[in-house]
Design a protein around this ligand. Sequence first.
Ligand code: PMP
Length: 359
Amino acid sequence: MTKRIFNFSSGPAILPEPVLEQAQRDLYALPGVGMSVLEISHRSTTFEQIINEAEADLRLLLGIPENYKVLFLQGGASLQFSMVPMNLLPKGASADYILTGSWGQGALKEARKLGRAREASSTAATNFNRLPGPEESDLDANAAYLHFTSNETIFGVEFQEEPIVGDVPLVCDMSSNFISKPIDVTKYGLIYAGAQKNAGPAGATIVIVRNDLLERVPEGLPSMLDYRNGSRYNTPPCFSIYICGLVFKWLLNEVGGLKKIYVKNAEKARILYDAIDASDGYYRGHAEKDCRSLMNVTFRLPSEELEKIFVKEATSHGLDGLNGHRSVGGIRASIYNAFPLAGVTSLVEFMQDFERKNG
Ligand code: PMP
C-alpha cells in the first residue's frame, strides 16, 4: 500500500485510518448487501439504517437531547450562512453576529442580503488575533439569534466558552471544532458544521436545531432550503454520511468519547504551542494565548521568504498542507481529531531543525 504522509490540511482533512480501511473494504460490497454504499438507493432500508445509526451515534457522542433535530444537508457551511437567516430571522427582526474572523464576516454578509443583521462585536482591528471581551460586545437583548464562529479556521482563534446571551438563541458555526470536545448542546439554538474537518469527507453539512425554533420558519421557502424538510428531501450525500457514521463510531468505540479526544487534542496543541513559545520569537503565534485554537495552529516566521522555504522543505519531509490561508499567509498546522501525535512531534523536530539552519 502507498505510504501515508502527515496531512496538516485545514479541510478536507485527515480521516482516521481505521475508517479509511473499513470504507475501502465496504466500497466493493457492504457485508450482507452485495453492493457498495456508492450504489444503493437513498430510500433503501440499508441506507436508512446507515443514516439512522449515524444520527443515533452523533446524539450519543454530543449528548443531543430529544428536542433537537439532527439534519444531514448539502451546500457546505456556506449555505448555512443563508439558510440560518432564511429560516430563523423573521421579517422585521434583527440578528446579532460576533466577528472573530473571515467566516463570521462571510456569515454576516450573507445574512444582510436577507434581513437585518448587526455586528455585535468584532476583532478585525487586531487582525482577528483574539476574542472580544463581554464589555466590547453590544448585544441586542431582543435579537432573533446571536451567531458566532466557535473556531475561526483561518486565524486559529477558538472560543473557550460560549458567549453569554441570556434568552437569545445561540447559533454557532462549529465547522472546524465540531466533535473535538464535549459541549453542552442545550446552550445552543442551532449548530452547523461542514463535515470535512472532524466529521468526515466533504459533501455533508450537519445541522443540529432545537425544535421550537422551527416554528419560526416562514412559509414559502424553497423546499430545499427549509429545515423542516429533513435530511432526505432529495438524494442526500450518501457516501459522506456513511463515512461520518464510521467516524462517529470510531470516536465512540475506539477513542472512547469526546472527553478522551479533547485530552488528546489539548496535548497535541500544547506540544506545538510550547515549541512556538520556546523559540524566543523566531516563530510567532498569531492568536493571543488565551484564545489559541486546538485545531488550527497559526504562526509566522521572521519573513515571508522564510515562510515559503519552510513550507517547501516541510512538504519534502512528508509534512503536507502547512501554508496559511491565502488571505493571511504564514503557517497553519491543522491538527484535527484524526491527526496523530507522531505528526505533531515530527513537525516540532522539523521546526527546531529549520530554526537552527535558518535562524
Ligand atoms: N465556516 C468555517 C469556520 C470554515 O472553516 C469553513 C471552511 N473552511 C466554512 C465555514 C465554509 O465551509 P464550506 O466550504 O463547507 O462551505
